[in-house]
Ligand binder design. Structure first.
Ligand code: ADP
Ligand code: MG
Length: 390
């Protein structure tokens, strides 16, 4: 149900599918505004479930759980795109679901996503769909798509569900490794940089855009993100913002959405859409008056956006992966106590078990008065050194 323009008043209940760190920040934002929050997540230890007013600890396709959610909540959103489309359609029958099942079903499948983007005239990098042995055999080196990356159409995140291949033989092996599930095969682009645009769009089509975020990935996982004035040429930034807005409008999107971009010598390409707040937007928690989760709550509740946003126009966010916990096994936790100081904000997500590649928290470093982007980068390097040295 998308057609209820009236505002949902606090202390009504808002629901969220998924209780990871994004759900946790949503819960914090919603509770701060006076809403109650119901989290649906099958994990007993889920970071958002722990702090929500109610945690329904059942799977996403459990009809009993969905009925319970419907009974408590006027509106529901999601923290991840892999919620089954049927779940959202079921909820949509009589409560507000934002973003819509349609928008999420496009973003949750790389083939649908690329199709949709192309139809809208949005530039995407060279790719082919591989969904059968026949489609695989039609590919040859003439396609100029090697070296490339085979990506499963669904359920990939943080570089998972991706294999880098150099030639046809490796491609065949990779496809078999993925048990021949539908995939996209993309040319590996020579990237100048990666960046994202995070925006919020209301039911009425009103849009606010956060500052452009420069992203650096390591092994397919976001390592750090930064904002600062003129981080890319203004003409490119304006073009990217236009593209992101176009995507949101074409989807009649309601909620917070992130668009990941590649900048290469051949121009700007959209990599993928996240139909939710995004890891790269975490700077906004400390740098903005209203962060990406506040805007998620406002759009879900049918309220107006808050457009006065950035208190700190220079900031940098470092992701803290579980790897750090294995770095020095003599310590109970990384040396967080040594990382203090004005403008340095540590966030831990309440996950009990650190694992390699698991996002455990992040640190945001704010550029304080008179501090330049260089100063902030230097602080970030010093922090990395402390945390990573044995
Ligand atoms: P995920 O859903 O895991 O975020 P992405 O498609 O965004 O998947 O890939 C993760 C990262 O891998 C990207 O941010 C980028 O660093 C790298 N990558 C993915 N596709 C390409 C490509 N076609 N060319 C170059 N690098 C790529
Ligand atoms: Mg990505």
């Amino acid at each position: 149900m998308q057609s209820k323009p009236e505002k949902i008043m606090p202390a009504k209940s808002l629901g969220i599918l998924g209780g990871g760190q994004l759900g946790r920040f949503f819960t914090i934002a919603a509770q701060k505004m006076g809403y109650s929050v119901v989290v649906l997540d099958p994990d007993k230890q889920s970071p958002a479930g722990k702090i929500a007013d109610k945690h329904i600890c059942k799977s996403y396709d459990d009809l009993g759980a969905l009925d319970e959610l419907r009974a408590y909540c006027t509106a529901v959103t999601t923290e991840f795109e892999n919620v089954p489309a049927e779940t959202l359609q079921y909820l949509e029958k009589d409560i507000i679901v934002r973003p819509s099942s349609k928008a999420i079903s496009i973003a949750q499948n790389r083939i649908n996503e690329k199709d949709f983007l192309k139809k809208c005239g949005i530039p995407v990098g060279p790719y082919v769909v591989i969904d059968s042995i026949e489609s695989l055999s039609s590919i040859n080196e003439k396609h100029k798509i090697f070296p490339g990356i085979l990506k499963t159409a669904q359920f990939g995140y943080d570089g998972k569900g991706q294999i880098h291949v150099n030639n046809k033989i490796e491609l065949e092996t990779a496809f078999k490794n993925f048990k021949s599930v539908p995939c996209t095969f993309e040319l590996k682009l020579n990237l100048d940089c990666e960046f994202s645009i995070v925006l919020a769009r209301t039911f009425n089509g009103d849009v606010m855009v956060f500052p452009l975020i420069r992203n650096h990935h390591e092994s397919g996982i976001l390592d750090c993100s930064s904002i600062h004035p003129n981080s890319i040429a203004e003409i490119l930034e304006n073009h990217a913002i236009k593209l992101a807005k176009k995507i949101a409008n074409e989807l009649s999107y309601v909620g917070v959405m992130a668009v990941e971009f590649f900048l290469s010598t051949d121009g700007i390409f959209v990599n993928e859409i996240a139909p939710r707040p995004h890891n790269s937007g975490h700077f906004s928690i400390d740098a903005c008056v209203y962060n990406q989760f506040d805007q998620q709550v406002l759009t879900l509740a049918g309220d107006g956006l808050k457009k006065e946003v950035t208190k700190f126009p220079i900031s940098l966010m470092l992701n803290l992966l579980g790897d750090l916990w294995f770095r020095n096994k003599n310590l109970k936790e990384p040396k967080f106590r040594m990382i203090t100081g004005p403008g340095i904000n540590l966030h831990l997500y309440g996950k009990e078990e650190p694992r390699i590649g698991r996002k455990m928290g992040h640190i945001t470093i704010l550029g304080l008065k008179n501090e330049s982007q260089k100063d902030v980068s230097k602080k970030a390097e010093a922090i990395r050194k402390i945390l990573w040295e044995n």
